[in-house]
Write a protein that binds this ligand. Structure first.
Ligand SMILES: [Zn+2]
Length: 393
């Protein structure tokens, strides 16, 4: 690839020269095109794996003008992709130093130089460069995106928020979700230093993503800390509408609130209704069995779980049942059989040791990561245990 670029150089130079010739026909002198010896010298360096000397020749060889900028950029990008960032930086700096570049070419070269700095891990220089690009009347989107990356890496959440707000929202990028998460990070940072500012920050999170569960959880923490358990309950129960997959995260907090207001019966009926809407929510079922234990004793909880597990088998449920103890093996055996049956029949027997993909049939090439001979027969893969059990009904 590198070699091919060098073959293209004289063509780029020649086209520039021809363009110039069209304008200044009178000044036409064939000896102006003195590229050949130098060019072969550069090529020679390259073939002898002396890229630094080759670059020197290359830079000398081609006066940077609008015709050759693309070639310079292509060569530098190639070096960057190969991890030779220093060389990419040299070429980009050389480009930028030329007064002949037009403004869009200069911007492009600056963006590329910034990407070189990112690659080299010198984030402060990259940040400075991208911030300068932001001063332009229509700043390149790449500058905003890279600054966003830098501020996330450095956990400068208010700056990250500022950048994310400058990005154009579209179907693919979910900027609202991103900004809400940044506000949540900010809120967590302020928990010690400035707790009175948190409520306002969380409000912002919900403004950008009304379904932000994380903001609701943090909001509930605030209410609990202030002793306002009724408000915390309201906030936590709203999570079911926001995204019910995250309810398990809210259950311990809900238990705490209902205990504080001394009304476990209300929690029990809320859980029962929840399970009617989401019958496969094992964590809610286990929480319910815990409440039953507290209110009606271990035997009642065992009976409840035993009967539920036949309909909604789950490993965690079985574990809890065993922990509650005093089951005779006769009653447990059919239940355990039911669960292991499902696993043996539906479990994945092959897994890729490169990417973790698992499946039921042998592939010599992994359908997920494309590696050859990375899939091996294995013990039954248990990663999606609960899903397997769910799908068995
Ligand atoms: Zn794979």
């Amino acid at each position: 690839m590198l070699e091919w670029l060098f073959f293209l150089l004289p063509i780029a130079a020649l086209s520039g020269w021809l363009a110039a010739r069209a304008h200044y026909k009178k000044k036409y002198r064939p000896q102006d095109l003195k590229l050949t010896p130098e060019y072969f010298k550069g090529l020679n360096y390259l073939l002898n794996e002396q890229p630094d000397k080759a670059i020197d020749v290359f830079i000398r060889l081609l006066e940077v003008n609008s015709e050759t900028v693309e070639t310079h950029l292509a060569l530098a990008n190639l070096f960057r992709r190969r991890g030779e960032t220093d060389r990419a930086i040299r070429i980009h700096q050389n480009l930028i130093a030329r007064p002949t570049l037009n403004s869009s070419q200069r911007t492009q070269a600056l963006v590329e130089l910034g990407l070189d700095y990112m690659n080299a891990g010198v984030l402060d220089r990259a940040e400075q460069l991208f911030l300068e690009l932001l001063q332009q009347s229509s700043p390149p989107e790449q500058a905003i995106k890279q600054l966003l990356r830098i501020y996330q890496q450095e956990k400068h959440w208010d700056k990250a928020i500022e950048m994310a707000k400058r990005l154009q929202p579209n179907k693919n990028n979910d900027i609202g979700i991103l900004i809400a998460q940044f506000y949540c990070e900010l809120a967590e940072q302020k928990f010690e230093s400035n707790p009175s500012s948190i409520a306002q920050i969380l409000k912002q999170a919900h403004a950008y993503d009304p379904n932000c569960v994380r903001a609701s959880l943090l909001d509930a923490n605030l209410s609990i800390a202030a002793g306002n358990f009724a408000k915390a309950l309201k906030t936590l129960q709203r999570i079911e509408r926001q995204n019910h997959h995250y309810i398990p995260e809210a259950l311990p907090k809900l238990l705490n609130c209902y205990q504080q207001i001394d009304n476990l019966s209300a929690f029990k009926s809320w859980l029962e209704q929840l399970l009617e809407r989401h019958p496969h929510m094992t964590s809610a079922r286990l929480m319910l069995s815990q409440i039953i234990t507290e209110q009606y004793g271990r035997q009642a909880a065992q009976d409840f779980l035993y009967q539920q597990l036949h309909r909604y088998p789950s490993i965690e449920g079985l574990h809890k049942l065993l922990m509650l103890g005093q089951n005779s093996s006769q009653t447990l055996v059919p239940l355990i059989k039911n669960i292991t049956n499902t696993l043996v029949q539906k479990g994945d027997r092959y897994s890729c040791h490169n990417c973790g993909f698992s499946g039921k049939t042998m592939h010599w090439q992994c359908p997920s990561c494309g590696h050859w001979e990375s899939i091996r027969p294995s013990e039954i893969h248990l990663s999606n245990l609960e899903k397997l059990l769910e799908s068995s009904q």
